[in-house]
Design a protein around this ligand. Structure first.
Ligand code: PMP
Length: 445
């Protein structure tokens, strides 16, 4: 039991109680500074308990798309909460879920028509892996192998960790994971003259792998166009198209993890549109609810779903969470899709991309900067350091500098990136880039 009384009279007490009772994600509490208490958000700006403002240029772990506390989504949530907050989704249904499933099917390409709901990005990936596994069992030709990419990250639950095991985040959990096969990732950037060779080498490795293991390979999973947590590493749409064609020859299922790239991030609604590739299964979360509430979907082609039908429960997908298709989260997601029209969001995506490209041109010429790259609203570059990687010291130093300047920018080690909410103004983005240039002068001397 806490010795600190729980009547929170001051913000200092909030921090003291946080320090006493809360365990934060991806944080070494012993060396981390005190967390910042955020009390409100509006548009791209978060406000802390002392009234300081932060421009949220990481969209609160990549979830926020239209801005914080967007009134249209907030109103939809309030209305739904007052009507029906939750109901079991086995044997029951409701309008917000059905509307959302059909709206997604309408927007996704080809026969990506069958929507399975879960809670977050990790569970969406678990569902995709289980769907792929049981699909082959139900067809009577079980396949056990999964292919993923070096640097890929798909979430923190056991299956998602397994396909993300080459990310390097999960060394402590080796015993909990199943083994997968990882291909090198043909990471590219502006002015990369070797991209075609890199892609050809990966496709060659895939061919060699498939010539031996195709009939035992259930699926390949990839974050299309941009690997997020792996360091905003980007690949070309051409590569995805060639990859899809190779897999199709052997019937290996293609899973797109669009948990981060979905809902406008790559310039179109989904990266599968930007790349013009239709996967067999797609995972969506983060921006799905506009970043308001945890919810995810795993959408598969109709022909996959058909393999789960039959007279016995053994053929059904034995998976479901307490909050499957939570009505309030579905209402938020429906409202968020409406905001794309109401706020002319696609114009904003294009404007953000243009500004990224303009400002990165100057940054590319600064000492110590490497591999500038942009895909849609995502901009990134690397800093040349000796300790490159997620724990690179320069990341912590830059984070502190940016906080001081009212910018929520959280480098992934030596990778500096921006994923702004779409409502971020040109003025706000220019301010961020001015400060990034200042910070670079500081760290690179
Ligand atoms: N897939 C990708 C591509 C992600 O970026 C993330 C989260 N950063 C996940 C899956 C896991 O999502 P969640 O944290 O919501 O479980």
């Amino acid at each position: 039991m806490s010795e600190i009384h729980t009547h929170l009279s001051s913000d200092d007490e909030v921090i003291a109680l946080d320090r006493r009772h809360v365990w934060h994600p991806f944080t070494q509490a012993q060396t981390a500074p005190d967390p910042i208490e955020i009390v409100s958000g509006k548009g791209a700006v978060l406000t802390d308990a002392e009234g300081r403002e932060y421009l949220d240029l990481i969209a609160s772990w990549w979830v926020n798309i239209h801005g914080h506390a967007h009134p249209h989504i907030a109103a939809a949530i309030a209305e739904q909460a007052a009507r029906l907050e939750q109901v079991i989704f086995a044997g029951f249904t409701h309008r917000p879920a059905v509307e959302l499933a059909s709206a997604l099917a309408e927007r996704l390409p080809e026969d990506l028509d069958r929507v399975f709901f879960s809670d977050d990005g990790s569970t969406a990936v678990e569902v995709a892996l289980k769907m792929a596994t049981q699909y082959w069992i139900n067809k009577g030709t079980p396949r056990r192998r999964f292919i993923a990419f070096e640097g890929g990250y798909h979430g923190d639950t056991a299956g998602a960790m397994s396909v993300g095991s080459a990310s390097g985040f999960f060394d402590a959990f080796q015993n909990m994971m199943f083994s997968i096969d990882a291909l090198p990732y043909p990471e590219t950037w502006d002015g990369d003259s070797e991209v075609e060779e890199k892609e050809a080498a990966v496709l060659h490795a895939l061919d060699a792998y498939l010539s031996e293991h195709a009939s035992d390979t259930a699926a390949l999973i990839i974050e299309p166009l941009v690997q997020g947590a792996g360091g905003m590493r980007m690949c070309r749409p051409q590569f995805l198209r060639q990859l899809a064609a190779r897999l199709k020859q052997d019937g290996v299922l293609l899973i797109f993890d669009e948990v981060m790239t979905g809902f406008g991030r790559t310039g179109k609604l989904f990266a599968c549109h930007s790349a013009d590739v239709t996967p067999d299964i797609i995972c969506l979360s983060k921006g799905l609810s506009g970043g308001f509430l945890p919810i995810s979907v795993t959408v598969c082609r109709e022909r996959l779903y058909q393999e789960f039908l039959g007279e016995t429960f053994a053929r059904a997908l034995a998976h479901g969470h307490s909050f499957t298709a939570n009505p309030i989260a579905c209402a938020a997601a429906n409202a968020s899709l409406e905001v794309f029209e109401l706020d002319n969001t696609f114009d904003k995506l294009a404007a953000i991309e243009t500004l990224h490209r303009q400002r990165l041109q100057a940054i590319a010429g600064m000492p110590g900067v490497n591999h500038c790259r942009v895909t849609g609203t995502i901009a990134a570059f690397d800093l040349v350091v000796e300790d490159a990687g997620y724990t690179s010291a320069v990341g912590q130093k830059l984070k502190a500098y940016f906080h001081d300047k009212g910018l929520l920018i959280r480098p992934l080690g030596n990778v500096v990136y921006l994923i702004p909410p779409y409502c971020t103004s040109e003025q706000q983005l220019h301010y961020a880039y001015d400060e990034i240039e200042q910070a670079l002068r500081m760290v690179t001397g």
